[in-house]
Design a protein around this ligand. Structure first.
Ligand code: CU
Length: 260
């Protein structure tokens, strides 16, 4: 009896190990789940946060996204970005090539690549709908709660997303804090719009590890977002960043000292 049980457990572990080996190899089947913690884009002054999750099944994806702290009642283009030659990350201040202190969408390209999926509420989701302003959320109260399934993508894109190489970007900022998209600087994507309408606001790399899996800080709980605890959410984001900066080891040591 005991032998049988042991064998069965060993068999199951082997199967699990094999499945794991398959799921982490980017060159294999595209099915999988990835998630991101959305954070303010460097230099663009958005005090917001959010989460995004993408399930990949074959060439179809389901996207779930929540965000707070955006300019309320204004259309926010949102996309999944990917570029084979991109860094698969969110832009940093050194990506500000024109030196104006802000990251526009083009300047973010080397970090996150091109638009591969437009996260519209209805209709087409291809890159062609990248600026279909009337089909994106307008963030009532500064919040976006988004879910859409049955989004078709190419197998290349499905594979890139599953491999943790894509990035979610929500666009639309308000540099001068006057409650609307305006200003003299034209959008790099569409010159008829001010740059505020298209500059990236929140960004998060879609990784294979779950959003809550930043073991030290626990990530952003979705109920914090739902309850509208923006300050709490910001504190959590700050805490996670702090931990990342400090390193887990030294944090643990400091905590141990504090306790003693
Ligand atoms: Cu985008």
């Amino acid at each position: 009896m005991r032998t049988t049980t042991t064998t069965r457990i060993a068999g199951a572990s082997l199967a699990a190990a094999a499945a794991l080996a398959l799921s982490v190899g980017p060159a294999f089947a595209a099915d999988g789940s990835v998630s991101a913690n959305l954070k303010p884009v460097a230099g663009n002054g958005v005090m917001g946060s959010g989460t995004a999750m993408v399930d990949v099944k074959g060439n179809t994806i389901t996207v779930t996204m929540a965000a707070t702290g955006l300019l309320p009642n204004s259309p926010h283009a949102a996309h999944i970005h990917f570029g084979a030659a991109a860094r698969h990350e969110c832009p940093i201040l050194s990506d500000d090539k024109n030196g104006d202190g802000h990251i526009n969408t083009t300047e973010g390209g080397p970090a996150y690549g091109d638009i591969v999926v437009s996260l519209t509420k209805t209709g087409d989701t291809s890159p062609k709908s990248g600026l279909a302003i009337d089909r994106f959320s307008t963030a009532p109260g500064g919040k976006i709660a988004y879910q859409r399934g049955s989004i078709k993508v190419s197998s290349d894109v499905a594979q890139a997303i599953s491999a943790g190489e894509s990035v979610v970007v929500i666009h639309g900022v308000d540099y001068n804090k006057d409650g609307k998209y305006d200003g003299n600087t034209k959008s790099d994507l569409m010159p008829s719009l001010p740059t505020e309408a298209t500059d990236p606001a929140l960004c998060g790399a879609l990784r294979v590890a779950p959003a809550g899996g930043m073991h030290t800080g626990g990530g952003l709980p979705t109920d914090t977002l739902k309850s509208g605890g923006q300050n709490e959410a910001l504190m959590l984001v700050g805490g996670v960043a702090l931990l990342a900066a400090a390193g887990t080891g030294s944090f643990a040591a400091r905590r141990a000292r504090a306790r003693a």
